[in-house]
Design a protein around this ligand. Structure first.
Ligand code: ZN
Length: 190
């Protein structure tokens, strides 16, 4: 998929919005990404995960893992297309863990996937979790890298979309200054 096709799909589904948004951090932004607007359409998730799978077609993958909740869908669909197993990590008592009997066996080749990366916090925790097993990380596939490519997780990283999304202190927000009405969004993704 070309980048323009990916962006069209994100815009068509309403996942990617432009305007004036209040983030849960209290900062303002002119762009907003709600991943579940696109992931709620299986045919869109299928296309995006097909592109993730294509990016890693040169390596063997036994297991795809992502952090709950968005990573569950991405891991499942990407694994389906790669003929691999899909598992997910989830937080328990504040720590990212494998539960539900999920395990990574010695020598298994692992692809880590995540929907949105801002500072890389959740996906970094999944990487550390996999490193504690005897599995080998083959790479990390990301739907949207909001860091503008600044995130370095120590492994090959493929992002379908890389954006450097600005956010503003309300006192210094150029959109406020222009008198553009603000929309409240309840996500910490942007
Ligand atoms: Zn503003």
């Amino acid at each position: 998929m070309k980048l323009i096709e990916i962006m069209d799909l994100l815009e068509e589904s309403g996942a990617y919005l432009e305007g004036h948004f209040l983030l849960t951090s209290g900062r303002h932004s002119e762009r907003y990404f709600e991943k579940f607007r696109v992931l709620e359409h299986p045919q869109y998730a299928e296309r995006l995960c097909s592109e993730l799978a294509r990016r890693f077609q040169d390596v063997a993958v036994d297991v795809v893992i992502g952090p709950a909740i968005g990573g569950i869908i991405l891991a499942y669909e990407t694994a389906r297309q790669l003929g691999a197993r899909a598992i997910f990590a989830e937080r328990e008592a504040g720590r990212m863990q494998l539960r539900r009997g999920f395990a990574i066996e010695a020598g298994e080749k692992v692809l880590v996937v995540e929907d949105v990366v801002t500072t890389g916090g959740s996906v970094q925790e999944v990487v550390e979790l996999v490193e504690q097993t005897a599995g080998h990380i083959q790479g990390i596939g990301i739907l949207m890298d909001r860091s503008g490519g600044a995130v370095d997780l120590g492994y090959r990283l493929e992002a379908l979309v890389t954006l450097d999304i600005q956010s503003y202190d309300p006192q210094e927000c150029p959109l406020c200054r222009q008198g553009i009405p603000i929309t409240q969004r309840g996500s910490r993704n942007i």
